[in-house]
Design a protein around this ligand. Structure first.
Ligand code: SF4
Ligand code: SF4
Length: 143
């Protein structure tokens, strides 16, 4: 579907400050250049803001393509340490971002419990998250 018009790249906020060119990524995918894609830092520079998807004249599901490419990359072991740590948080506490101590203090000052009423304060929910992640094979990828 992509005819390489460049509209996606022209509106991409991530490309304004980096070498990231989403049009190039779409072209590499069209050409089946898997090795180049999975080894590329640019694959991780999209913030999934969807500006390109809104503007693409060919209705290319660009973000879906990027997510699919990232899934391929990770399944083949191409994952950055920081991404892995973030994913491990999900496994460990059920959230990708832990509650910071200053937030805990603020909650206490407002008379709230240390943790919000999410999986963080629900052991059974965390066990269920664990079951889902294992069923998806997530533990093997980020373990
Ligand atoms: S993905 Fe869409 S906007 Fe981007 S180059 Fe291809 S046709 Fe143009
Ligand atoms: S979704 Fe990604 S590629 Fe598309 S405009 Fe936003 S940052 Fe750029």
């Amino acid at each position: 579907m992509c005819f390489q018009c460049g509209t996606c790249t022209a509106g991409c906020p991530s490309g304004r400050r980096t070498s990231y060119r989403v049009r190039k990524l779409m072209r590499l995918a069209q050409l089946g250049q898997k090795d180049e894609i999975v080894n590329s830092e640019e694959l991780w520079e999209c913030s999934t803001c969807y500006t390109c998807v809104e503007r693409c004249p060919r209705a290319v599901p660009i973000v879906d393509v990027i997510v699919a490419l990232r899934n391929i990359a990770v399944s083949e072991g191409h994952i950055y340490d920081n991404h892995k740590k973030t994913a491990q948080n999900l496994y460990r506490i059920g959230h990708t971002v832990p509650v910071k101590s200053d937030i805990t203090e603020l909650r206490k000052s407002l008379g709230l419990p240390d943790n919000p009423p999410t999986v963080l304060s629900n052991k059974k929910a965390l066990e269920e998250v664990d079951i889902i992640l294992k069923a998806a094979g997530f533990d093997k990828i980020v373990g």
